[in-house]
Design a protein around this ligand. Structure first.
Ligand code: GLN
Length: 491
């Protein structure tokens, strides 16, 4: 086995015994990237020289006392919406093609302080708007399981690179499913933390009331390690919650006899139109497996869930239209060249028309419409009220059960080009993921099956700040199944 094929927790044992060096792991990752990434296109920017320098420096300073730092010497990829000092951060957009942030996001500071080695910046849907990574200005990322299919999105580069062993782990962001969707489509683990657990300082905003940064990894153990590294109070983010620091690996126990699972009827029994039969079957099989392992389950109902997609898209687009107003070619972003006889307004609108892709422009217009006088009450304000109903549904559900279980995605990874020209069809892909962001609770997607060689993901949802509990259930499932061990065939 080559070093890039291991999980972080396996590599940490080898690093600790000094059997291998951090530099050797980084070299193995770059070898894989050089072999595969021309096709996969998971990276937008690579930082080979600085990554190798950093790894060498870590190898020199390596000593026993580094072991308070859980991921010392481990490489990772960073989604290109997270600011990295001195390294171009594009958000997958022409608008920010040449943007080099003058500061690091707090999560990047954390991973650097804790001795991790960034390898580069990961491809994504433009401004994180999408579920397929096809809207990137830098071209689509391909799914390592089937190169004619999408890897999911918007953190498709992060998930594809982890699945293809180009990196050991990666950071993604999740506004309405963007960590869990690509994790499901690429058969890796993706965790969206509780809103406020991980700092958003330095995350380029799409819809700030919904999004969180989180881990995309090869297994549940690694997700717990990376969450431990990035979670924590940050005075620079006013929505950051001052919780106790936790070591999430302590929840990785293979005993779930005290766990009561809630199965929302809206997710499985009633089924959502368009959900693939194989997805429903695999998720039920997973629930029965967890029952065999000692958990109990009840069916329950989340009646407001049927409003989650329109609620999400009204809120997300409204926030996006406001957040993206700063890209006008003057304060930030791409600016048209020949502007001699153009008015300021013409220059603004042309820079925005050329700098943004079609989906981003569509959302800015719809969001502006929903926020405009006369329509504000009818759309935005109404969506906020329904948001409270959805949140209340989750609160009620967590009085009756510890975790909720359902599918992550309604179907298997779809073909490249299949939905990109049909925005509504693309939005429908988020049917099982967006309600979690509306409520602000945590959720994880883990591999739970395959059909015709294509992955299926299981979603486990927890109550606020109960990441420990979802990790525990996920770990127990993983320890007793082998889906996470299957790898795509890549040369
Ligand atoms: N697919 C959803 C959207 O386009 C979610 C994206 C995300 O989580 N960043 O808004």
């Amino acid at each position: 086995m080559r070093l890039n094929e291991y999980t972080a927790h396996e590599l940490l044992i080898k690093l600790k015994s000094q059997e291998i060096s951090a530099e050797a792991i980084v070299l193995a990752c770059f070898e894989q990237i050089e072999n595969l990434d021309k096709d996969l296109n998971a990276f937008i920017t690579l930082t080979k020289d600085t990554s190798l320098d950093k790894a060498k420096e870590l190898d020199k300073t390596f000593s026993k006392d580094q072991w308070g730092k859980p991921l010392f010497g481990i490489p990772l990829g960073i989604k290109d919406t997270i600011s990295t000092k001195g390294i171009r951060t594009t958000c997958g957009s022409k608008m920010l093609e040449d943007y080099i942030p003058p500061y690091d996001a707090t999560v990047v500071e954390f991973i650097k302080t804790f001795g991790m080695v960034p390898l580069g910046k990961m491809n994504m849907d433009e401004f994180a708007m999408g579920s397929s990574t096809e809207s990137s200005y830098f071209g689509p990322t391909l799914n390592p399981w089937s190169l004619d299919r999408v890897p999911g999105g918007s953190s498709g580069g992060s998930a594809a690179a982890v699945a293809a062993d180009e990196t050991i782990m990666a950071l993604g962001t999740d506004t309405g499913g963007s960590i869990r969707c690509p994790a499901s489509f690429c058969s890796v683990v993706g965790l969206k933390p509780t809103y406020g657990l991980v700092s958003r300082y330095g995350l380029i905003a799409y819809a700030n009331s919904l999004e969180q940064i989180g881990p995309i990894t090869k297994d549940v153990y690694d997700a717990a390690l990376l969450l431990t590294t990035i979670a924590g109070y940050d005075p620079k983010d006013s929505t950051s919650v001052d919780t106790l620091e936790e070591d999430y690996t302590k929840y990785l126990q293979d005993d779930i006899s005290s766990i009561k699972i809630g199965v929302p009827q809206e997710f499985l029994s009633e089924g959502i139109e368009g959900t693939d039969e194989s997805v429903i079957k695999s998720v039920w099989a997973a629930i029965h497996k967890l029952e065999d392992l000692g958990a109990s389950y009840i069916e329950l109902t989340l009646p407001s869930l049927k409003y989650s997609l329109p609620t999400y898209y009204v809120i997300a687009m409204s926030e996006a239209s406001s957040n993206l107003a700063r890209y006008d070619g003057v304060r930030y972003g791409y600016r048209i060249e020949k502007e001699k006889d153009k008015s300021m307004d013409q220059s603004f609108s042309e820079s925005r028309r050329i700098g943004f892709g079609a989906e981003v422009r569509r959302r800015i217009m719809l969001g502006t419409y929903a926020l405009s006088a006369g329509y504000y009450d009818m759309y935005y304000l109404k969506a906020l009220k329904v948001r409270t109903l959805i949140k209340n549904d989750f609160e009620r559900a967590f009085k009756e059960s510890d975790v909720l279980i359902g599918p992550t995605m309604p179907y298997l990874p779809f073909k490249i080009g299949e939905k990109i020209d049909d925005p509504l069809a693309m939005y429908l892909a988020d049917i099982y993921t967006v309600s979690i962001n509306i409520a602000g609770v945590p959720a994880i997607s883990i591999p739970c099956g395959f059909k015709n060689g294509l992955p299926i993901g299981l979603q486990i949802i927890g109550d606020f700040f109960k990441e420990g509990q979802i990790l525990q259930v996920a770990y127990s499932f993983e320890q007793n199944t082998a889906y996470h061990k299957q790898k795509p065939e890549l040369s």
